[in-house]
Design a protein around this ligand. Structure first.
Ligand SMILES: O=C(O)C1=C[C@@H](OP(=O)(O)O)[C@@H](O)[C@H](O)C1
Ligand SMILES: C=C(OP(=O)(O)O)C(=O)O
Length: 438
């Protein structure tokens, strides 16, 4: 966890002079956009993606698929409305080089796709991507018949020598460090000769809603998937081989990126409306309705969207975040401003995210005068009177948005490298100042 000297620009986080009152249109979900791109690329016919997220992670995914020969064209959608991508599948071809940046979805979802290509596909990325776990995907693909060169580190950089097809079949993995290992194998599973049966053998699996998202999206394009929830064995997912349909999919707003805006209502005792909040979704961000209500707000799903209202009080919380780990930085920011302590549990695997998020949150909140300690699997946060200072982000988009939430309540907070929000929300600074009416 080191500060990147190349990004020493400081952004004065706006301080809220009163209760916010705003409607914020949150761009599309990263997790849905990148799954939809992969599934559309593997389909037997062209498909449409409407309102896709355009951010570093999704542009890297689109760029990688284009490098493999997939057509991804700008369009306006079949009904003439809205921005869209038309995805035209084709025989996947190497040689190609894929830049994964620091996108977990790209580094994990694409090596299985590359096994289906003809030729060598080289994967490389940001320095941090070399440290993020990938062994579950590499080992599983080898067990299923793939040829991969990875310098024996079980991590990036690596080359997948695609043979145009993969046997597939049953495989055991330990996905306790990332649910994305399971999602990765399932997404390409319909195109493996024998499909795939993934058995998770390790300790608790994080981010289950993201695995449900994978399963739902596979079923929506015609795949047959058996899951523990559909009467199968615990920790076993089975995908039957078969052709995938090209669909017309509208991407939901990114509910995890709605988090800082809902937090703004909570922290300032204001009201924020997020239009197009889905009534039913597998996105983990939907859990914020419950978590931020317990922390002092209230919400209502209306025709206008989700209306979230702060009460003026912020309460601490004791919560297991293993299912919704990506919400941790934003919850920690609110907890640091609460009227009682918080314990955030079940998120040891966050040490292997964009940065070591537990260490980064502890250090940065404490440098503003906070009292945070790391536990084996989370954080204890005892609210203290905070003061201004530099909030470092360690190239982590969710550190930047967490710092902005603290800045609403604490004068003089400066976010180092707010541009890192481009990973999933390039519009963040403008949306934030727009929400505040500036
Ligand atoms: O599949 C996905 O889209 C994601 C799964 C989760 O990963 P982990 O299980 O590695 O935490 C989540 O944290 C990440 O932001 C997105
Ligand atoms: C963990 C995250 O991203 P990634 O998809 O890179 O794992 C995140 O967005 O919080």
């Amino acid at each position: 966890m080191t500060v990147n000297p190349a990004h020493s620009t400081l952004w004065p986080a706006p301080h809220a002079s009163g209760a916010v009152a705003a409607t914020v249109h949150v761009p599309g979900s990263k997790s849905v956009t990148n799954r939809a791109l992969v599934l559309a690329a593997l389909a037997a016919e062209p498909g449409w993606l409407r309102r896709p997220l355009r951010s570093r992670d999704t542009l890297l995914m689109a760029g990688a698929l284009r490098a493999l020969g997939v057509g991804i064209e700008e369009g306006v959608g079949p009904d003439g409305s809205g921005e869209a991508w038309r995805v035209i599948p084709s025989g996947l071809q190497g040689p190609a080089t894929v830049d994964v940046g620091n996108a977990g979805t790209v580094m994990r979802f694409l090596p299985p796709v590359a096994t289906l290509a003809d030729g060598a596909i080289r994967f490389d990325g940001d320095p941090r991507s070399y440290e993020r776990p990938l062994n579950g995907v590499i080992d599983a693909l080898r067990a299923l018949g793939a040829r991969i060169d990875d310098d024996s580190r079980g991590a990036l950089p690596l080359t997948v020598h695609g043979g145009g097809a993969l046997d597939g079949g049953p495989v055991e993995i330990d996905a306790s460090s990332s649910s994305q290992f399971v999602s990765a194998l399932l997404l390409s599973g319909p195109r493996f000769n024998q499909g795939v049966e993934v058995r998770h053998t390790g300790s608790a699996l994080p981010s289950m809603p993201h695995i449900r998202m994978t399963v739902d999206m596979l079923r929506a394009v015609g795949a047959q998937v058996d899951t523990p929830e559909s009467g199968g064995e615990p920790n076993v997912w089975r995908v039957t081989p078969g052709a995938l349909l090209g669909r017309d999919l509208t991407v939901e707003p990114d509910l995890s990126n709605a988090q800082p805006f809902l937090a703004a209502a909570l922290v300032t005792g204001g009201r924020v409306t997020v239009p197009d909040w889905p009534a039913h979704t597998t996105q983990p961000g939907d859990k914020l309705r419950e978590i931020f209500t317990e922390m002092g707000g209230s919400c209502e799903l209306t025709e206008q969207g989700l209306v979230f209202t702060g009460s003026g009080s912020i309460h601490g919380i004791d919560v297991d975040l293993s299912e919704v780990g990506e919400l941790t930085p934003g919850i920690a920011a609110v907890a640091a401003l609460a009227d009682s302590p918080s314990t955030l549990r079940g998120v040891a695997h966050l040490r292997l995210h964009e940065t070591d998020r537990l260490a980064a949150l502890t250090k940065e909140i404490n440098e503003l005068g906070g009292d945070v300690t790391e536990t084996a699997d989370g954080l204890h946060i005892r609210p203290r009177r905070l003061h201004g200072g530099i909030f470092h982000t360690y190239d982590d988009h969710r550190m930047a948005t967490a710092g902005a939430v603290i800045g609403l309540a604490v004068e003089g907070v400066q976010i180092e490298n707010v541009a890192t929000t481009a990973k999933t929300l390039p519009d963040f600074p403008d949306l934030w100042t727009g929400m505040l009416g500036n």
